[in-house]
Design a protein around this ligand. Structure first.
Ligand code: NAD
Length: 493
C-alpha cells in the first residue's frame, strides 16, 4: 500500500464517504425498510460522516429467510468450491486494501497503516481456513455388523455479531469459517463502525451466490436481538463485551436451543518476575497494551504485575518508549495512535482514570487528552502506578490506553493476583527460569498465554477465553469445526 499524505487520504475518504450505504440482503444492495437511517460520526473530529441504513427486526427476518433459502444449494456445493469463493473474497479485500483501511481509520480511529495490516490479516485467515476445508472430517468405528461413521454437517443459517475494534478484520474473518463449513451467514457489524462492512457488502455482491452472505445493520439492539432470536438461526458466533454475551445467552435460550460461541472481554495480566530483563518487560508491556488501537483490543495486557525489585526500571523504560510515540489523526500515515472510537467511550475511559486517581493511583504519564489535540476523542497513553490488585481499575475492563502497574513482593503470589479477576482471556509471563515459565503458564487462568512475549496471535493456535471471557475457540481448526455439527450414521450390512 502506498503511503499517501494525510491530505491525500482525506481526499480519498471524501470520495468513499460519498457512496450510498446499503445492506446486502438476498444478493441485493438495499436500503433499510422505509429508508430509515442513522448517523455515523468520526472520532477524529466528532463530525457526522455517513448516514447508514437502520434496519428493523422484520428486515432481519427477511435476511434470515433469504439465507435459509440459499442454504440447500450452498451446502450441496463441494467444500473446495466453497473454499475457492472464500479465497476470492480474500483477493477482493486485498485489492481494496487502501479503501477498507481508510474507512476503518476514519470510522474507528485506529491508524490507517495498522488497519491495512488488519485487511491483510483478514485475507490471510481466509486462505488459512480455505486450506482446511477438507479437514472437516468424521471417523469410522471398527465393526463386523455394519458401517458406523460420523460426518460433519453445517447448521444452516449462522448469525455473526461483531464489535467495533477490528471492523474489517472481524467482518471478513467471521464470514470465512461458517461459509467454508457450508452455512449461510447473516453478519451484523458494530453500529459505531459499520462503514468497512457496508463497503464489503458491495465488494461481495458478485462473489457469493444470492443469500449466502447477508450484511445487516441497525442502530441499537433491535437488529442483533432479532437475529439471535430468529427461529431459523441455530448457531451464533459473537465477539464483544461480557454483558452483551450474557444477553445473547439469555436470548438464545429463550428462543430455542442454540449453539453459541462467545469471544468476550479481558483484564489480562503480564506477570514479571525479578529475573526478567526490565527493558524487555517494558517493551512487552507497551506492545501488550495495544496502545496502537488506543488499548481497544480484547487481549491487551492491561495489568502489569511486576516484582518490586525491577518495577522502577520497568516503569521508567515504559515511559521512555511512550515518550517517542506519536498520537494524532489516524489518516496521517506516520502516527502511532489515534483516538478512541466514540465520545461515549472517551468519557467512559476518562471516568475510569478519574476513579483510579480517587482510589490513590499515581499517574506516571498521560491521564487525559494530549495537549496538542483540541478535538477528537484522544486519550494519551496512560500509566497508573501504585494500583492495588482489588481496586476498581485493576478489576474492570477499561478498553482504553490505560496500563495499571501492580507491584508485588516476595510475600505475594503474583499468579493469584493475575487470576483474581472474573476474566480469563490472555496472560503473559516474563521470566528467564524455564521451569517457572512452564509452571506459571499452566497455572494462569487464561485461554492464551505468552512467555516472554505479548499481544501476538499465531494463526492456527486456538484463541478464546476462560471464565467470563468466553466460550469456544477461534483462529484455529476448532473455529472451523465449531460451525459443523456431528452426525453418526449406522448402516447395517
Ligand atoms: P458490545 O458488546 O457493546 O457490542 C458488540 C456487538 O454486539 C455490536 O455489534 C452490538 O451492536 C451488538 N449488540 C449489542 N447489544 C446486543 C444484544 N442485546 N444482542 C446481540 N447483540 C448485541 O462490544 P463493543 O463495545 O463493540 O466491543 C468491545 C468489547 O468486545 C470489549 O469487551 C472487548 O474485550 C470485546 N472483544 C473481544 C474479543 C475477543 O476475541 N475475545 C475481540 C474483540 C473485542
Amino acid at each position: 500500500m502506498s503511503a499517501l499524505s494525510e491530505t491525500d487520504n482525506w481526499a480519498r475518504v471524501e470520495e468513499l464517504l460519498a457512496q450510498d450505504w446499503r445492506l446486502l440482503v438476498d444478493g441485493e444492495l438495499v436500503p433499510a425498510t422505509g429508508g430509515r437511517t442513522y448517523e455515523v460520526t468520526s472520532p477524529v473530529n466528532g463530525q457526522r460522516i455517513a448516514s447508514v441504513p437502520d434496519a428493523d427486526a422484520a428486515q432481519v427476518e427477511a435476511a434470515v429467510r433469504a439465507a435459509a433459502a440459499a442454504f440447500p444449494e450452498w451446502r450441496a456445493t463441494d467444500p473446495m468450491d466453497r473454499a475457492s469463493l472464500v479465497l476470492r473474497m480474500a483477493d477482493v479485500v486485498e485489492a481494496h486494501i487502501e479503501d477498507l483501511a481508510l474507512l476503518d481509520a476514519v470510522d474507528g480511529g485506529a491508524p490507517m497503516a495498522v488497519m491495512a495490516g488488519d485487511v491483510q490479516l483478514a485475507a490471510a485467515y481466509c486462505r488459512y481456513f480455505a486450506g482446511l476445508a477438507l479437514e472437516m472430517k468424521g471417523y469410522s468405528l471398527p465393526s463386523t455388523s455394519g458401517a458406523h461413521f460420523t460426518v460433519r454437517q453445517p447448521y444452516g443459517v449462522v448469525a455473526r455479531i461483531i464489535p467495533f475494534n477490528h471492523p474489517i478484520l472481524f467482518a471478513v474473518k467471521t464470514l470465512a469459517t461458517p461459509l467454508i463449513a457450508g452455512n449461510c451467514v447473516v453478519l451484523k457489524p458494530a453500529e459505531v463502525t459499520p462503514l468497512s462492512a457496508l463497503h464489503l457488502a458491495r465488494l461481495l455482491q458478485d462473489v457469493f451466490p444470492p443469500g449466502v452472505v447477508q450484511i445487516v445493520l441497525g442502530n441499537g439492539p433491535e437488529v442483533p436481538r432479532a437475529l439471535v432470536r430468529s427461529p431459523l438461526v441455530h448457531r451464533i458466533g459473537f465477539t464483544g463485551s461480557v454483558p452483551t454475551g450474557q444477553h445473547i445467552l439469555r436470548d438464545a435460550a429463550d428462543s430455542g436451543v442454540k449453539e453459541v460461541s462467545l469471544e468476550l472481554g479481558g483484564k489480562n495480566a503480564l506477570v514479571a518476575y525479578p529475573d526478567a530483563d526490565p527493558e524487555e518487560v517494558a517493551a512487552g508491556a507497551v506492545q501488550g497494551m495495544n496502545f496502537t488501537w488506543s488499548g481497544q483490543s480484547c487481549g491487551s495486557t492491561s495489568r502489569l504485575v511486576v516484582h518490586e525489585s525491577i518495577a522502577d526500571q520497568v516503569v521508567a523504560g515504559i515511559q521512555r518508549i511512550l515518550d517517542k510515540r506519536t498520537i494524532g489523526s489516524p489518516l496521517d500515515p506516520t502516527i502511532d495512535q489515534g483516538p478512541l472510537v466514540s465520545e461515549q467511550h472517551y468519557r467512559r475511559v476518562l471516568g475510569h482514570i478519574a476513579t483510579a486517581v480517587d482510589e490513590g493511583a499515581v499517574v506516571v504519564t498521560g491521564g487525559g487528552r494530549p495537549e496538542h489535540l483540541d478535538r477528537g476523542y484522544y486519550v494519551a497513553p496512560t500509566v497508573l502506578d501504585g494500583i492495588g490488585p482489588e481496586s476498581t481499575v485493576a478489576q474492570q475492563e477499561i478498553f482504553g490506553p490505560v496500563l495499571s502497574v501492580i507491584r508485588w513482593t516476595d510475600q505475594d503470589d503474583p499468579v493469584a493476583i493475575a487470576n483474581s479477576v472474573p476474566y480469563g482471556l490472555t496472560a503473559s509471563v516474563y521470566t528467564n527460569d524455564v521451569r517457572r515459565a512452564h509452571r506459571v503458564a499452566q497455572a494462569l487462568d487464561a485461554g492464551y498465554v505468552w512467555v516472554n512475549e505479548t499481544s501476538k496471535h499465531y494463526m492456527g493456535m486456538p484463541f478464546g477465553g476462560f471464565k467470563s471471557s468466553g466460550l469456544g475457540r477461534e483462529e484455529s481448526i476448532e473455529e472451523l469445526l465449531s460451525y459443523t455439527q456431528t452426525k453418526s450414521i449406522n448402516i447395517v450390512l
